[in-house]
Design a protein around this ligand. Structure first.
Ligand code: GDP
Ligand code: IMO
Ligand code: MG
Length: 429
């Protein structure tokens, strides 16, 4: 399968990084296509933890080329810092390429992110304050500065001169102060440009050439389907296209190039940020899952909200992404519980709802309807490893029934069940 996409089916943090790193084993190229350093992808190899935000999760494999697509928004300082940290960790990195068409996060985007959040009241999404939304806003308003501008001092200054006074005025109107002068920004960004220059290219040409040569290319999603700008919990999601369609736009490939789309599903649901969450747990069960699952944001360290698995949400992801298969992560976190619930549909004002509503006021009123199942035992790592060697037949009865129930409801096969953060902790079904 030359071209595969891996993306999140829920609200992010499903374990995309782990599964991308795993699948990158057979990929010559791993491509990020949207989002920015709002993402936090944790990968654990031989007990060593790597936290990636902007650099694709293929970077930890030395024979893999990591590509940052045009749909990504890139904060140059944050990106270079991440690269430096990987180098300090003595990671043997593969090649790295960055799109000349991607948009650059400017210091004023970060300032505006914080100020706009404060101004939004209960419409604030609880952003990561990395300047993501304001950068994508400038992209669509055509005030953005792109990587090709950063590579050309004259073009960069020309565009900065147009944007800067407007941004300074806007920041002032929001009650803030622009922190740097235009010249300070120019100097800072030109220094960063020199370090980025060796990586910059037309990634559409690069990726299409690789596919023409029959190479395996893996497209790595960030965030999740329900954070998508069109399909997510607007306005509580993020500002990029996190779904399969975003992969085409964010890299410059045609739709017929894709062979397989894999959806990552956490065995329960988590959310970092605000907005309605139908299956959210506020009791000791929720606390237990959050603690056992180590549910703290990789990027901001915030405690994640948790709830039962919600098939209404995952059905939406199957549909809008055209998912071919699923990977269930964190099955070990639910282990040891007597009973486990899965939401199969909602009720709203006395009516059954099978499809995730557009209106957040409606989502907030939806009452999840649960199917209750027996759990599976808490197992030692050696016991999980023994199960992994047997595949589907080795699954404990409760977990086997959980997987079968998901497959029967969504009509999509589960291909991997993950039982720990480590690269090897997977059961192939
Ligand atoms: P991503 O944003 O989708 O890449 O996910 P994150 O890395 O933000 O969050 C997932 C967390 O769960 C990370 O800390 C992973 O190391 C961890 N993880 C992934 N798969 C499993 C699993 O099967 N079991 C456990 N216990 N942890 C996992
Ligand atoms: P990964 O790739 C979970 C959430 C934020 C906020 C909303 C908008 O690790 O799965 P933004 O900073 O993007 O403007 O914030 O989206 N959010 C994420 N939640 N995982 C992520 O990425 C996220 N990236 C953004 O918490 O509610
Ligand atoms: Mg994450």
């Amino acid at each position: 399968m030359p071209a595969k996409v891996i993306l999140g089916t829920q609200w992010g943090d499903e374990g995309k990084g782990k599964i991308t790193d795993l699948t990158a084993d057979e990929a010559e190229m791993v491509v990020r296509f949207q989002g920015g350093n709002n993402a936090g992808h944790t990968i654990v190899i031989d007990g060593k933890t790597f936290k990636l935000h902007l650099v694709p999760s293929g970077i930890l494999r030395k024979d893999t080329t990591s590509v940052v697509g045009n749909g990504v928004v890139l904060d140059p300082a944050a990106f270079l810092k991440e690269l430096d940290q990987l180098k300090e960790g003595n990671v043997e990195m593969g090649q790295l390429k960055i799109s000349d068409r991607l948009h650059i996060i400017m210091p004023y985007h970060r300032t505006i992110d914080g100020l706009e959040e404060a101004a939004k009241g209960n419409l604030a999404a609880g952003t990561t304050k990395r300047g993501i939304g304001p950068c994508y806003s400038d992209k669509t308003a055509r005030f953005g500065l792109r990587m090709c501008d950063l590579m050309d001092p004259e073009a960069f200054m020309h565009k900065l001169k147009a944007a800067y006074p407007l941004k300074a005025g806007y920041i002032k109107a929001l009650g803030g102060d622009i922190e740097q002068t235009m010249d300070e920004i120019f100097e800072e960004y030109m220094a960063l440009a020199d370090r980025l220059r060796p990586y910059v290219c037309d990634v559409s040409v690069l990726i299409n050439d690789a596919l023409d040569q029959g190479k395996n290319v893996l497209f790595e999603g960030a965030q999740g389907t329900h954070l998508d700008i069109d399909h997510g919990v607007y306005p509580y999601g993020t500002s990029s296209s996190t779904v399969t369609g975003g992969c085409l736009i964010g890299t410059g490939i045609g739709p017929k190039r894709l062979d397989k789309v894999i959806g990552i599903v956490k065995a329960y649901t988590s959310r970092v940020g605000t907005g309605p969450f139908p299956t959210e747990l506020f009791d000791s069960v929720g606390e237990h899952i959050a603690d056992k699952g180590g549910e703290f944001g990789t990027t901001t360290g915030r405690r994640r909200r948790v709830g039962w698995l919600d098939l209404v949400m995952v059905e939406y992801a199957v549909r809008v992404n055209g998912l071919d298969s699923l990977v269930i992560t964190k099955s070990d976190v639910l282990a040891g519980m007597d009973e486990i619930k899965i939401a199969t549909h909602y009720t709203l004002d006395g009516k059954d709802i099978h499809h995730f509503p557009a209106s957040m006021a409606q989502v907030a009123k939806c009452v999840p309807q649960y199917h209750t199942m027996a759990g599976w035992p808490d197992l030692k790592k050696e016991e999980w490893d023994a199960i992994a060697s047997k595949g589907r037949d080795g699954l404990p009865a409760g977990l086997a029934a959980y997987i079968t129930f998901i497959e029967a409801n969504l009509k999509v096969p589960v291909e991997i069940v993950s039982y720990g953060p480590g690269r090897e902790e997977n059961i192939y079904l």
